[in-house]
Write a protein that binds this ligand. Structure first.
Ligand code: NAD
Length: 257
């Protein structure tokens, strides 16, 4: 039997990249989906990519806003009655700059979405899961949450914070049958990474991308479906004794930094 038959999975950042690939993977395994994103167009494209017959509900919401998070959780429970899996994934890359040039406004913007947004999701969804007595969570951190990369004050602070939130909530909620883990993707080819390359070299982002990946032992970018496979594992009963971990999915890159 498919691992996610009758399971309800909530995905933030479901309108692109890793969120979309995970939505497709979970739907292929039978999940019913609640998909959250600021981009209505992105959500529509994800719906179009899902296998026919998938039960999916979309919510246009900003994960950094309390009232939007209330709404996406309330709508998911109203529609499906429960939340079995939560992929707490929405995020932005932020500007790349030396710390002295980063600006506090940009720091606040990145942390609001990448860290506060993850906390707000945990705050609401863990309550639902505790009341139902089960549930699995995967938060999206980054290699930039377990190693220093440079020029990313806001992103580094937020993603290290996501690792902290993961460990904290995992040890709190393990007793309620809830597991909380994080993934630490390396360079995965999505619109976010394409934007980062445009920042590195606006004239020739393709060249920047080729140079950037040379640090990776595999000499290639990861693909979103390679993240989706691991998220599906962590959100399934196959990972029943994995809790509070941070799983690098990076072709070995984090071993080198
Ligand atoms: P992406 O840009 O393709 O997708 C991110 C999605 O999040 C977009 O659909 C965007 O509209 C949405 N989003 C942005 N701000 C939002 C907000 N405030 N509220 C709701 N939705 C919002 O990027 P991706 O590569 O799929 O990134 C997904 C996650 O993976 C992010 O947290 C990112 O930091 C993390 N990550 C990505 C990589 C990579 O190489 N692609 C590496 C490490 C970590």
């Amino acid at each position: 039997m498919a691992r996610f038959t009758d399971k309800v999975v909530l995905i933030t950042g479901g309108g692109s990249g890793l969120g979309r690939a995970t939505a497709v993977r979970l739907a292929e395994e039978g999940a019913r989906l609640a998909l959250v994103d600021v981009s209505e167009a992105g959500l529509a494209d994800t719906l179009a990519a899902l296998p026919g017959g998938t039960e999916a509900h979309t919510v246009v919401a900003d994960v950094s806003k309390d009232e939007d998070v209330d709404r996406y959780v309330t709508e998911t429970v109203a529609k499906f009655g429960r939340i079995d899996g939560f992929f707490n994934n929405a995020g932005i890359e932020g500007k790349q700059n030396l710390t002295e040039d980063f600006t506090s406004a940009e720091f606040d913007r990145v942390v609001a979405i990448n860290l506060r947004g993850v906390f707000l999701g945990l705050e609401r969804v863990l309550k639902v899961m505790r009341e139902q007595g089960s549930g699995y969570v995967v938060n999206t951190a980054s290699v930039g949450g377990i190693r220093g990369i440079g020029n990313q004050s806001g992103y580094a602070a937020a993603k290290h914070g996501v690792v902290g939130l993961t460990r904290n909530s995992a040890i709190e909620y393990g007793q309620y049958g809830i597991r909380v883990n994080a993934i630490a993707p390396g360079a995965i080819w999505t619109p976010m990474v394409e934007n980062s390359m445009k920042q590195l070299d606006p004239e020739n982002p393709r060249k920047a991308a080729e140079e950037f990946i040379q640090v990776n032992p595999t000499k290639r970018y990861g693909e979103a479906h390679e993240i989706a496979a691991v998220v599906a594992f962590l959100l399934s009963d196959d990972a029943s004794y994995i809790n509070a971990t941070v799983v690098p999915i990076d072709g070995g890159q984090s071993a080198k930094y």
